[in-house]
Design a protein around this ligand. Structure first.
Ligand code: 13P
Length: 282
């Protein structure tokens, strides 16, 4: 049986990045909802889709509409198909032109938010301190953060000790001592959601390259030792061809999918393969 944490909860997250015009986002959301309902699956996997900010309301409405339709009973009876955002501001509400706060995201129905993605770190200069500030904002307003970490190609070339040291550094603010300082804060939003960490090696994102399963397993084990109650996802070139191989890695609780989440067929194929790997493993 696969070693996993936080019970049997699994997450499949689709990060649409800066893709889709309005009608495409609406169409993709509707396709996903219809296909999901028509058999892709009653399983222990929660699905979260993260469209660009400008399409969040459109997708939130699509999910709500689907939940109201009597011919889509699976969606009506479950909260396992959820909306997430790709980023939030590190501020609550100041003059901050162009930013979107976690409170706004939660208000329009986003229950999750990705923070610290390597593309934010690279193109917007976000460092670990900024990521932690965003984490605090997300937690304050009840938007569950998915914290991304991962090493670049140069670090990967140095070997596993360098990789784990890098990840320890990126995660140092999320240890239980640090978090307990914060959770005693008055306005912390009480949430039973586990801490979710997404391990995304930068060199594997959008390249078709995936680390060897033993390397991912070593990283999962390392993160689990640092943060025993966290759910740990893998991201980086996940597709229907490698899902089965990745799905049974110990301590892996799900996937953060980029390119393959832009097609309903491939995203739901990943869902189906993940579901069957879990049931074969149990
Ligand atoms: P790809 O699945 O396209 O490699 O992207 C991974 C990713 O960055 C998800 O956040």
């Amino acid at each position: 049986m696969n070693a996993s944490v936080a019970g049997s909860r699994r997450l499949l997250v689709g990060n649409w990045k800066m893709n889709t015009l309005h009608d495409e986002a609406q169409g993709l959301a509707n396709e996903l909802l219809t296909l999901y309902e028509s058999g892709y699956e009653q399983s222990s996997i929660d699905v979260i889709i993260c469209p660009p900010h400008v399409h969040l309301t459109t997708v939130a409405v699509a999910i709500k509409d689907a939940q109201r339709q009597p011919n889509l009973p699976l969606l009506a009876s479950t909260t396992s198909f959820m909306l997430g955002a790709q980023d939030c501001s590190h501020r609550a509400h100041q003059a901050s032109t162009g930013d979107v706060s976690a409170k706004m995201l939660r208000d329009i129905g986003a229950e999750w938010v990705i923070i610290g993605h390597s593309e934010r770190r690279q193109y917007h200069g976000e460092d670990d301190t900024r990521v932690y500030e965003k984490f605090i904002q997300a937690k304050r307003f009840g938007c569950n953060p998915i914290v991304c970490v991962g090493e670049d190609e140069a670090c990967h070339q140095l070997g596993m000790d360098a990789v784990t040291a890098h990840l320890s550094q990126q995660l140092s603010q999320f240890t239980s001592q640090q978090l307990s300082l914060f959770t005693t804060h008055d306005d912390f939003f009480p949430s039973s959601a586990p801490l979710v960490i997404a391990y995304e090696p930068i060199w594997a994102i959008g390249t078709g390259k995936v680390p060897a399963p033993e390397s991912i397993a070593a990283v999962m084990q390392h993160i689990h030792q640092l943060l025993p109650s966290a759910l740990i996802l893998y991201g980086g070139s996940v597709n229907p061809g490698n899902t089965g191989m990745l799905a049974t890695i110990p301590f892996l609780s799900g996937f953060l999918v980029g390119g393959a989440s832009l097609s309903s067929a491939s995203f739901l194929k990943i869902h189906a393969l993940f579901a069957s790997a879990i049931s074969a493993d149990n």
